[in-house]
Design a protein around this ligand. Structure first.
Ligand code: FES
Ligand code: FES
Length: 155
């Protein structure tokens, strides 16, 4: 077993997991954070996207042991009990998601982009979402939502 101590969504967490455990599995099964989804399990779909030390990561491709001592943000870390995060609010208002399976990863990619670049162009947005496969929306409303957030400077 591997002992892992990390910060998840601002809280110190510890787990003891088999060495082959992925970050995704630890988040979902040890910490009950089920926002990150298991889609392809091979790094293609982005449903498992989280942010580790400020970088976008496919958590299905990272071992739990690799995040020892690091800082992880999942979709559960964005909203408070009473309020959605501004990105989530605009996505909701614009109807930017349908089934939502891709949503946690898409929203974290949008947050990462806006943290790096508060005024992204459409190609910048397409590039940031290129690792997030959405089978429902065609991306247009996601791009509109991210442009709206950038315009309103709500993040
Ligand atoms: S489940 Fe990780 S990229 Fe698809
Ligand atoms: S909203 Fe269904 S996969 Fe994106």
């Amino acid at each position: 077993m591997v002992r892992v101590s990390l910060t998840v969504n601002g809280e110190k967490r510890d787990a003891e997991v088999p060495p082959e455990t992925t970050l995704l599995r630890m988040l979902r099964e040890a910490f009950n954070l089920t926002g990150a989804k298991l889609g392809c399990d091979v790094g293609d779909c982005g449903a498992c996207t989280v942010i580790v030390d400020g970088k976008l990561v496919n958590s299905c491709l990272m071992l739990a042991g690799q995040v020892d001592g690091r800082d992880v943000l999942t979709i559960e870390g964005l909203a408070t009990a009473d309020n959605l995060h501004p990105i989530q609010k605009v996505f909701e208002e614009k109807g930017s998601l349908q089934c939502g399976f891709c949503g946690p990863g898409v929203i974290l990619s949008a947050k990462w982009l806006l943290d790096q670049n508060p005024d992204p162009s459409v190609p910048d947005i397409r590039d940031a979402l290129s690792g997030n496969l959405c089978r429902c929306t065609g991306y247009t409303k996601m791009i509109e939502a991210i442009q709206t957030i950038a315009r309103e400077r709500t993040v």
